[in-house]
Design a protein around this ligand. Sequence first.
Ligand code: CTP
Ligand code: MG
Length: 257
Amino acid sequence: MGRSIYCVVTAAGSGTRLGHNEPKALVNLAGKPILHHALCGLEPLGDLAGVAITAPANYLETFTQIAREAALSYPWTVLPGGSSRQKSVYEGLKGLLSFEPGNGQLPANDPTAIVLIHDAARALTPIAQFERVCQAVESGCPAVVPATELIDTVREVKGDTFTRQGLKITPAGSTPDRSRLRCVQTPQGFAGDIIFAAHDRAREESICEGEAVDDAVLVATLGHEQYFVPGSMRALKITYPLDLKLATWLAENPDRD
Ligand code: CTP
Ligand code: MG
């Protein structure tokens, strides 16, 4: 029996920081919408039992058209996201229940199903990163997070920012050991039953008030360990205009970085 992999692609955000007058997933990246790249990036994974794509509620038709034109080999559905990323993921998880289960069991009840949660904004994530995450889940890790080492030294903020002679100044504190910190990316991967349980509980108990930074954090509230696998520079999250410029170069130079 092959692997049973599901994926929620979160694409319902507006892209405020990118500053375009259309949702971020529709913004052009090297000739195609960001969403197109994100969906095609999943293609080589194989074993995909279903992909749920969250869209801004008033763009369902446009997103559906982009998925259709991408001629994807896996089953997919487009559905409205929520007002926060966490709420969009919850809607996406519900959407996964509409697919014919790969091995006869709904992913919400299936500890052997692999559920990936991936940001469309990380449109150029290499397939090897998806594979690493899936392999770690298959090996028994309940929550898997691709992560990179920090480039810069980081330092804590010790007090409130004040203005002196027109300059914003912030008191600085201690310097955490950078070797013990990681920058987290997506796709995050989970055992099927665990991620559904984590989102259900978060919703029922208003954990993180619907604004959890990511999904592994919700799984950790159930007492499960999270594990890192290596992330990559190519999985950068397109957030600001400069990220889009960098992503454009990466998309046009798939073998160089
Ligand atoms: N996302 C979502 N639903 C939301 C908010 C975000 O599905 N209500 C998705 C985004 O589409 C994106 C991912 O979550 O793929 C990560 O969010 P982020 O990079 O912050 O995107 P935006 O929220 O769109 O950008 P911004 O915060 O600048 O408005
Ligand atoms: Mg956001």
